[in-house]
Design a protein around this ligand. Structure first.
Ligand SMILES: C[S@@+](CC[C@H](N)C(=O)[O-])C[C@H]1O[C@@H](n2cnc3c(N)ncnc32)[C@H](O)[C@@H]1O
Length: 338
């Protein structure tokens, strides 16, 4: 078969890989392999799966390097597969479950609708429709919030290393979810105090985590609506994966509310993917631009280029100072009040 045909057919398989990973994550296979290799019969017994079908799933994932098939036919964890374990540092299990869950998965099945209409699959109501899930669908909200915590935890050390958080006295994490990132920043900067700000049901879930992390004396959880106002008086305002959720009009409201609440010399820190000016076929750019499609389908927002961030920030009264690469897939965009 000609190489271009093979390339295209391999690309088509992406959705199958997603579901295979999702099922392995749901069944908790990786945790059953934590103490060493197991045969598919034992794994099926432990996970409630059909032995023959589970073996087929594991072999398929082994071909992608997620598990390894031993000479005796047992399956072992690889470094990649170990990230499917639950409750271990760096776990991406919750993120995998979010991608494969019927809500996210079902939304992507309607990509054509979004590309045709230019709207999210929920219609023209931008990200608010998606975030209303947090009040109407507790199971969906739990899956989403856990996914955010898991993806953010994969990046938090890089964000902590990329920016000097020892200078601000008070850091406000706007739309900070369950507080994974600000908790890591506070742990690395003992002199820093923080406010975690999000909608009421999310803040409800964050409080127990803050207490369990031993940060209750330095990290206050405040519930509110970013379109009404954000807590005032911070030295730095952190917005990770917030502006990309929204179209320019909603983004400007958020940014102007931050501008209004900030001390004159405070810093605004957007942690976002930055779309390159020219598209290359690297895995980093592919990841960024698939995230951009995800914003189209789910939230109505955009991933943006540096120039687009500069223009958007300027319209809200900010000057983009610099973009610090935290990883090849995530930048810290620092802005000051213009
Ligand atoms: C994509 S998540 C990012 C969460 C977190 N910053 C992270 O990177 O893990 C967007 C966050 O914005 C919050 N959010 C959505 N609408 C909001 C609103 N009107 N006011 C405050 N927070 C809101 C959501 O609840 C969610 O936690």
């Amino acid at each position: 078969m000609p190489a271009p045909a093979l390339t295209l057919i391999d690309l088509l398989n992406g959705y199958r890989v997603t579901q295979a990973l999702y099922v392995a994550a749901r069944l908790g296979v990786a945790d059953r392999l934590a103490d060493g290799p197991q045969g598919s019969e034992e794994l099926a017994h432990m996970t409630g799966a059909h032995p023959g079908a589970l073996r087929r799933l594991l072999r398929a994932l082994a071909s992608f390097g997620v598990f390894a098939e031993e000479a005796d036919g047992r399956f072992a964890l690889t470094e990649v597969g170990a990230l499917l374990r639950d409750n271990v540092p760096g776990s991406l299990r919750a993120g995998v479950i979010f991608y494969g869950d019927r809500r996210h998965w079902g939304a992507w099945a309607k990509l054509e609708q979004s590309v045709t209409s230019g709207e999210t699959v929920w219609g023209p109501r931008a990200a608010s429709a998606f975030f209303e899930m947090n009040t109407k669908d507790p199971e969906g909200a739990a899956i989403f919030n856990a996914a955010m915590t898991s993806f953010t935890s994969a990046f938090d050390a890089a964000v902590v290393a990329a920016y000097d958080f020892s200078r601000p006295a008070t850091l406000i994490d706007v739309g900070g979810g369950h507080g994974a990132l600000i908790s890591s920043i506070l742990r690395a900067n003992p002199g820093l105090r923080g406010i975690l700000f999000d909608i009421p049901p999310v803040i409800e879930g964050a409080r127990t985590r803050i207490a369990a992390a031993g940060l209750a004396d330095r990290l206050e959880a405040v519930a509110g609506d970013v379109f009404a106002s954000v807590p005032s008086g911070g030295d730095a305002y952190l917005l990770k994966w917030i502006i990309h959720d929204w179209d320019d009009e909603h983004s400007l409201t958020i940014l102007r509310n931050c501008h209004r609440a900030m001390k004159p010399d405070a810093r605004l820190l957007l942690v976002e993917r930055v779309v390159p000016e020219r598209i290359d076929p690297s895995a980093d750019t592919q990841s960024t631009l698939l995230a951009d499609l995800n914003m189209l389908v789910l939230a109505g927002g955009h991933e943006r280029t540096a120039a687009e961030y500069r223009t958007l920030l300027g319209a809200a009264g900010f000057a983009l100072a610099r973009i610090l690469p935290a990883t090849t897939r995530l930048g810290v965009i620092e802005a000051t009040r213009a």
